[in-house]
Design a binder for this molecule. Structure first.
Ligand code: F3S
Length: 104
C-alpha cells in the first residue's frame, strides 16, 4: 500500500484524488489518508503530490503511517473529486512539526 504522511496536513492539494483508479482516498479537515486495504499499489498518486506526502509502505517508518491511514480512512468520508488546496497550502508545504496542526 501507499500512505499519506503528515506533509499533507494544512496543504491538502488533492491532486492525488484525481489520479486514483480505485477511489481509496478519504478526507479529513486538513489532510487525506489512503485506505490500505483498498489501495492497489499502482503508485500513480505518489509523483502527483506537490507536497511529497505520499510514500510506499516499504519506506522506513511507514508502519505507523499505515495504521494511521487505516484508522482515519474508516472514519472519514471518501473523496473522489479534486478540489482547491487549503489556503495555507503554499506556506505550509514542507514545514516540520505539522502533526500539531492535525484535525482528526
Ligand atoms: Fe495531500 Fe498531496 Fe494528496 S498534499 S491531498 S497527499 S496531493
Amino acid at each position: 500500500t501507499y500512505i499519506v504522511n503528515d506533509n499533507c496536513i494544512a496543504c491538502k492539494y488533492t491532486d492525488c484524488v484525481e489520479v486514483c483508479p480505485v477511489d481509496c482516498f478519504y478526507e479529513g479537515e486538513n489532510m487525506l489518508v489512503i485506505h490500505p486495504d483498498e489501495c492497489i499499489d499502482c503508485g500513480v498518486c505518489e509523483p502527483e503530490c506537490p507536497a511529497d506526502a505520499i510514500l510506499p509502505d516499504t519506506e522506513p517508518d511507514a508502519e505507523k503511517w499505515v495504521e494511521f491511514n487505516r484508522k482515519y480512512s474508516e472514519i472519514w468520508p471518501v473523496i473522489i473529486t479534486k478540489k482547491d488546496p487549503l489556503p495555507t497550502a503554499e506556506e505550509m508545504d514542507g514545514k516540520d512539526g505539522k502533526m500539531e496542526l492535525f484535525s482528526p
